[in-house]
Design a protein around this ligand. Sequence first.
Ligand code: GLC
Length: 614
Amino acid sequence: MPPKRPKVNAEHEAIATKLLERMNLRQKIGQMTMAERLSAEPDDVRRYGLGAVLSGGGSHPGDNAPDDWVRMNDEFWQAAMGDGDGPGIPILYGCDAVHGNNNVQGATVFPHNIGLGAAGDAGLVAEAARITAREMLDSGLDWNFAPTLAVVQDCRWGRTYESFGNDPQRVASFGRHYVEALQGEGIVGCVKHWAGDGGTRNGMDQGETTLPWEELERTHIAPYYPALEAGVMTVMVSFNSWNGEKCHGHRFLVTELLKERLGFDGMVLSDWDGVNYLDEDYGTAIRLSVNAGLDMFMVPERWREFIDALEAQVRLGHVSTARIDNAVRRILRTKLRCGLFDRPRPSRRLGTGSGCTGCAEHRTVARRAVRESLVLLKNERNLLPLKPEQRILVAGKNAHNLGHQCGGWTRSWQGETGNDTIAGTSIWEGMRELAPNARLSAGGDGGDADPNEHDVALVVIGERPYAEGFGDIRSGDDLVVEGGSMVNGLMNPLEPYARSLELAETHPEDLACIRRISEKGVPVVVVLVSGRPLAVGRELAASAAFVAAWLPGSEGRGVAEVLLGMGDFQGRLPLPWPGDGDPAGGEMQFPGGFGLSYSPAAFDNVVGLNYKAG
Ligand code: GLC
């Protein structure tokens, strides 16, 4: 059943009509243009009437404090609205606040979506969205390119962690909760990437999703319905292809299905230079995408060329003025719907400069999200929960590394390493606060383990940060690179891909650390920090207990709290966990939905901590 959509507001439509009547073709095309902040000055907004500006991952003004963002947004607002010679139409300023307002210094960083999927708590998703919105407002922002509604099918995909998991119903529910909460706070939402991104073959980012319509609809399109019904205002198109046709030029998916059959009357936007893949000739590529039904174009650097090329396509009669007017009407409708015309400059808006960024209240919610996201995969002889008085050796490359525990899309696009750029607590710092006899391994590699000095070891292992295709795990023909670009127009990464789902192949230092300690007779608890399930048969065999922590974000103390029995394990796998040996991860180690909890007996021997059921 097509989702019901909010009624069109007659007053808004009348205003949009008046604005359209007074705009010339270039001004209309300006509204369809989104530039990146490093390539456009406020004066360009004034002169070209740009409809939107964005920050790519990590692209920040000044010292990246909320005030710096407010100052920048004020300047863009002034150029659009304040000087009398601008378009008199406010811009939308967008960014990827995909797990908190993650670009901004000091922001609360939530577990990535895969961890929220493991937590399985829709109310928590809504709370995370509300807090994200409030911290965005604190920076004077108004548009979030979130939530991702990908339904991940192959955990070799570098964007697995941006998905709530492989269950379409869960993705649908969490998408609606996220959108309602985010937009309820006044931030424009954007569901992405339309359509079928999670079904990309072999997990190759920006690749080919080959599915019959019934399967595409059931798995990858239906999860959008509740968010569309909830009134999500924008939809971002996927880089992917469906059955060989790029979504950015897919008239059926964008116009016939999303706009006509599902009745979406908001704004459809491209992804980053997404039109480039449609044709070698830029004008042709733009024509194909505009005529397929996209309204706003994310053309971060090429935006001047885009404006000229689209104007030429209209003058040549290849794009109708009716299509241009419809695109601009949808953009204006979106800005009217979110109240952008009625809002004062960012620095004077409700919530801006509220000082809530990274506040204790927000971090408390993020810490709860960490606790609820953890999945217990093994616990021999009830080694867990640990006791606070135990002599705990903490080792592993991810034990004291906020950058690694936050993952990609944190302070920078590809993420960070170390503890200097992100405010929060590492897993080690959480242990140190709660277990006075815990010690950090001198070399970090467990070489100093000693059964006479240590009762147990906690070894935190896993992945280093990545984002998008840079996180793909690829092998064989999937590594074919022709000339400057990958096969199928895929992104051509600067870094070689990981070649295997097996952690022991890509990060042998982790298994070495576990074995170095366990061979000395010190039992090992492993915590895996990763954006996805990985084949960890050997690491599992070498450890007495094993926890999947995903990418917990800034509040690593939440991991320590559960390890020490201050809460029970509640997390359940949001997708199947691959076994060793099969590059495609076909062999399953644990099924989706798997997850152990502490037994009541496990708490008998932990002094001072009561067992909390459920
Ligand atoms: C990226 C991503 C998209 C993101 C956009 C802006 O390429 O595909 O999810 O919103 O660019 O950063």
